[in-house]
Design a protein around this ligand. Structure first.
Ligand SMILES: *[C@@H]1O[C@H](CO)[C@@H](O)[C@H](O)[C@H]1NC(C)=O
Ligand SMILES: *[C@@H]1O[C@H](CO)[C@@H](O)[C@H](O)[C@H]1NC(C)=O
Length: 329
């Protein structure tokens, strides 16, 4: 008795299994569709079933096929969009999903699925591509990126569009070189080891045969410790005359610059006038003016520059001349 029931159960299971795999098949589905914005399409799904099962059209995004959302179940739409219509033709057993006035967001994978059970849901898909000009993704693309000098860095630009856009990079150096620049193609601009002169503005542009995106600005900041150069490390002046010391600092982020004498910071006063002038990109010229040199003001002065990447210091020696040096104002 128990033996028989096991056999019966087995046969039943086998029958259910064999039977169910033939219960429903999708015999035909439309071919891939490529459409212009504003056009219409009918996506057809023909189902051969023995019995009545629910048939749905689901949509998936091309870039995230794991998420799918239903558009229709049987002959009912499950979304509220007047551009969509579902028509079931009983004679041919075809579920026709009709989309008119197509928008670029309709791009995706449309899946026709027969619901037999949770385990058994045969499906077939058709891709819909909507031709549209590229749009650069603000969210995915680089806006501003900081890198330490000599380190690698990537500038990334992602664009959506159909046909798949090509991405072009251009670089504007600075106002001194109008029209200067170079191009690199590819959606990721790789710098193996960033140099300080790589700092600046880059533009990425996406293009396909439908159109061009607006250019996207990507800013690269290359950080490096201050480097000081002293145009005149030894300067002479006669007693009671003015003298100006200059210190040229290259650094990014912009450095703080101080002047020191005998280890003490000098501040602007009646005797001293300190001025910092950012000349070109990344270069600051600091000058220390000493008004009416006194005997005890001859000797060494230090210019010290500091930023988050480090610091540097250089010396300027002031010595007495018999005749005033008039070129200095
Ligand atoms: C879907 O079927 C309709 C009616 O038979 C037909 O006009 C249309 O071209 C079909 N759509 C596709 C994409 O094949
Ligand atoms: C379905 O078939 C019947 C009979 O063959 C026909 O009268 C009817 O017009 C058909 N319907 C459609 C929508 O083709």
């Amino acid at each position: 008795m128990p033996e028989i029931s096991v056999k019966v159960l087995f046969c039943l299971l086998l029958a259910v299994h064999l039977g169910s795999s033939q219960k429903a098949i999708i015999s035909e589905i439309s071919q891939k569709q490529i459409k212009e914005i504003g056009e219409s399409t009918h996506l057809n799904c023909t189902v051969k079933t023995e019995g009545s099962y629910k048939v749905s059209w689901n949509k998936k995004k091309l870039e995230r096929t794991s998420d799918s959302f239903p558009i229709s179940i049987d002959d009912q739409l499950t979304i509220n969009d007047p551009r969509f219509k579902i028509v079931y033709d009983q004679n041919s057993s075809t579920y026709s999903l009709q989309i008119k006035n197509i928008e670029s967001s309709d791009t995706g994978i449309y899946e026709c699925q027969v619901f037999i059970s949770f385990e058994e849901r045969p499906s077939s898909s058709v891709e819909l591509f909507v031709r549209h000009p590229p749009i650069i993704s603000e969210k995915l693309s680089t806006k501003v990126v900081q890198v330490s000098e000599h380190q690698p860095v990537n500038l990334e630009c992602f664009a959506d569009g159909y046909p798949r856009p090509t991405i072009t990079w251009t670089r504007e150096y600075n106002a001194l070189m109008p029209g200067g620049g170079h191009k690199i193609t590819g959606n990721i601009l790789k710098l193996q080891a960033a140099r300080r002169e790589d700092r600046g503005t880059y533009y990425c542009l996406a293009e396909n045969d439908v159109g061009k995106s607006a250019p996207k600005t990507v800013t690269l900041e290359v950080e490096f410790a201050p480097v000081i150069s002293i145009p005149r490390p030894k300067v002479a002046q006669a007693l009671d005359y003015n003298i100006e010391l200059q210190c040229r600092v290259e650094a990014y982020p912009p450095p703080s610059i101080v002047w020191l004498r005998h280890g003490q910071q000098l501040l602007s006063s009646e005797e001293y006038k300190i001025s910092n002038l950012a000349t070109v990109d990344q270069v600051t010229t600091s000058s220390l003016m000493i008004r009416g040199l006194e005997k005890d003001q001859y000797g060494d002065y230090f210019c010290q520059a500091r930023n988050s990447k480090g610091q540097a210091e250089s010396r300027i020696h002031v010595f007495e001349s018999v005749l005033p040096v008039l070129e200095l104002v």
